[in-house]
Structure formats: C-alpha cells, structure tokens
Design a binder for this molecule. Structure first.
Ligand SMILES: *[C@@H]1O[C@H](CO)[C@@H](O)[C@H](O)[C@H]1NC(C)=O
Length: 213
C-alpha cells in the first residue's frame, strides 16, 4: 500500500490513547431525560440508562479499546468491582433474548463463545470509534458504531425495557429497520439515539457509579 493511503487513515485515529471510556447516550427527541446519560450496569450484563434517583452502587459500564490503532476493535469490559473474572470480558451485540429480525442488543460477556452458541449471533470484534466531524475539524464526539454485519442501515435505538429488578431501563439496541421488524417495533417504546464514548476517570469501586470524579 502506498504511503499516501496510510496517512489520511492514521490521522483519523490519532487520539485513542490508553484511556477507559463510558458509553453515553444522546439524540432522543421523545425522551429527553435519557439524553447525556452514561450507561449503567444496574446489576446486569445489559448496559442501559436508568432514571434518577441513582443508586451509588449502580456502576457505569466501562470499556477499554483493545486495538487503538486499528479501524475496528473489540471493546474490553473494565471491571469496577474487586475480583473480576480472570478472563477478559467483551462488549458485543447479541441476538440472545431477541425475537425480532435484524435487531441486536448491547450486552457484555466473559464467555463470547457461549454467547454465540446455539445459532445465536454475537458480534464483538469490530467496534468502530470515530470522531464526529465538527465545523472546525475532527474534534467532536467519539461516536460508537459497529461494522455493518449484514449490509443495510444499522443504527442505535434506545428501547424501554423493564429489567429483572423491576426498574425501567433504556437499553441500546442496534437495529436495521425492515418490513420484518416494523410490526413488532410498533408495540415498543423506543427512539433513535446515538452513542458516544467519553473518557472515564479513575476506577473507585466505593465511589458513586464506580468512578472518582
Ligand atoms: C437500578 O436502577 C434503579 C433506578 O436508577 C435504582 O433505583 C436501583 O437501585 C438500581 N439497582 C442496582 C442494583 O444497581
């Protein structure tokens, strides 16, 4: 490959330093209360936005970029409680518990092979973090997307779910709108959203949200 091809590419990923990130949701017009909220674990492996008042033990979902120099990368789980499992965890998009065509949910797992078992889909190796282009150059938000898996227009939606603890939770789904999921989605409460990655302060398991800030 010629050097001229490498240069523009490199300049797009200049600053994915060895930082941890939080996931931040925005862009909902129907549900403004969920905008600019970081995703929390809420005692589950499904990150989502819950509404105030917040439980200080409800830690923010936290990620590290596995391959900062590559255009596509896995996102590691950064544990915020002591004694994490001795194997790496991954954020990914799963078809588990999803009975809707062309729709995947954001989850994390320490067992990616199990997650993909039994004909389920699980995508986790090709996350893309890209600076939104502002008027003055590439200094905008670090937008999160996933390399298109089956062609077509996939994008983020926040879907209102009631979790196992009985709390309302806005869960990021990655969906390609199609005639096959239209009827089911018509019964949901949801909105189109964006997810960007914000730099995280030092882990502190005792601090509210699991971070010192
Ligand atoms: C889950 O979120 C709700 C709403 O913010 C909160 O009241 C509850 O304590 C949280 N539970 C856990 C285990 O994080």
């Amino acid at each position: 490959m010629k050097l001229t091809h490498l240069l523009p590419l490199a300049s797009l990923w200049p600053s994915l330093a060895a930082a941890d990130y939080f996931f931040r949701l925005s862009g909902s017009t129907k549900f403004p209360a969920i905008n600019n909220q970081r995703l929390r674990n809420n005692a589950s492996t499904t990150p989502g936005v819950t509404l105030a008042p917040y439980n200080p033990d409800d830690h923010f979902s936290r990620a590290a970029v596995a391959n900062p120099d590559d255009p596509y990368t896995p996102l590691f789980v950064v544990p915020t409680n002591p004694h994490p499992p001795p194997v790496p965890g991954y954020y990914g998009l799963t078809s588990r518990d999803v009975d809707v065509p062309d729709a995947l949910r954001l989850v994390y797992t320490y067992r990616p092979d199990d997650e993909a078992a039994e004909g389920r889909q699980f995508y986790y190796e090709e996350w893309k973090l890209q600076r939104a282009m502002g008027r003055c150059g590439p200094n905008g938000k670090l937008m999160l997307s996933y390399r298109p898996v089956t062609g077509g227009q996939w994008r983020w939606f926040a879907v209102k779910e009631t979790n196992m603890l009985g709390f309302e939770k806005w869960v990021p789904w990655y969906i390609k709108r199609s005639p096959s999921n239209e009827a089911i989605m018509a019964t949901w409460e949801y909105d189109t959203v964006e997810i960007d990655m914000v730099e995280a302060g030092p882990v502190n398991s005792e601090a509210p949200g699991g971070v010192e800030e």
